[in-house]
Design a protein around this ligand. Structure first.
Ligand SMILES: C[S@@+](CC[C@H](N)C(=O)[O-])C[C@H]1O[C@@H](n2cnc3c(N)ncnc32)[C@H](O)[C@@H]1O
Length: 211
């Protein structure tokens, strides 16, 4: 899993669903539209009073979510391991308020200072990590988030899903794993209507505990 190349065809192509380009385009647009609407709603409830400074999307893929974060935060960073995706994200979405950064090799500290971010998001990333990387990601998220920072993780929460590509972890498990954060609430992750299940994981919102 950890050395697997993602690439744009996989991220836009619906993973194991083998969609043709004709199917993948409307699927991607519909899913992204629904997901952006949800992220916007969550952010506007939480950040209506203050315009916060710095946001990070860990595993930003081709950067599709960065424009939504830019609406709220003065400085947005996308961290991406896959070279092809990072290049597309930088070409499409990088400007003075958004910076795409390549993730260093596994288990290497991310290039951000301690406590830098007011908001960190993972969107279907933690579910793809191996156990040894997973723990490292949690410790790096703990390290780069500031006091009272908000964490939004959007991941597979169906624990019966354990395959070479995806590991589902329940909301209760995520609450225990992110013990430096207070759990605020969760929402089911709705996707396009043609998706074979009612929902696909959950949006889980946390706030960093005062230390
Ligand atoms: C399904 S894509 C989601 C991309 C983006 N968050 C989005 O919503 O469009 C999964 C992302 O996780 C990243 N990823 C998967 N395994 C990883 C690993 N072992 N280390 C770092 N990043 C990984 C991929 O490079 C990819 O960007």
């Amino acid at each position: 899993m950890s050395t697997e190349k993602y690439g744009i065809a996989k991220v836009v192509g619906g993973f194991g669903r083998s969609l043709s380009p004709e199917e993948a385009i409307p699927y991607t647009l519909a899913r992204t539209h629904i997901e952006h609407e949800t992220i916007r709603r969550i952010l506007s409830n939480r950040f209506s009073l203050h315009r916060r400074k710095k946001a990070l999307e860990v595993g930003c893929g081709y950067g599709r979510n960065l424009p939504v974060l830019k609406e709220v935060f003065t400085q947005t960073f996308g961290l991406e391991r896959d070279e092809e995706l990072a290049t597309i994200a930088a070409n499409l979405h990088q400007d003075e308020s958004a910076t795409v950064v390549r993730m260093p090799k596994p288990l290497t500290r991310w290039p951000f200072d301690h406590g830098l971010f007011d908001f960190v998001m993972t969107f279907t990333v933690l579910q793809h990590l191996q156990a040894f990387e997973f723990e490292f990601f949690i410790s790096e998220i703990n390290r780069v988030t500031g006091p009272n920072a908000t964490l939004l993780i959007v991941e597979e929460t169906d624990e019966t899903i354990v395959d070479p590509h995806t590991t589902g972890r329940s909301i209760e498990t995520y609450k225990l794993l992110f013990s430096e954060f207070e759990f605020i609430n969760s929402l089911p992750r709705k996707v396009e209507k043609t998706f074979p299940k009612e929902d696909s994981g959950a949006y889980m919102l946390f706030q960093k505990k005062k230390q």
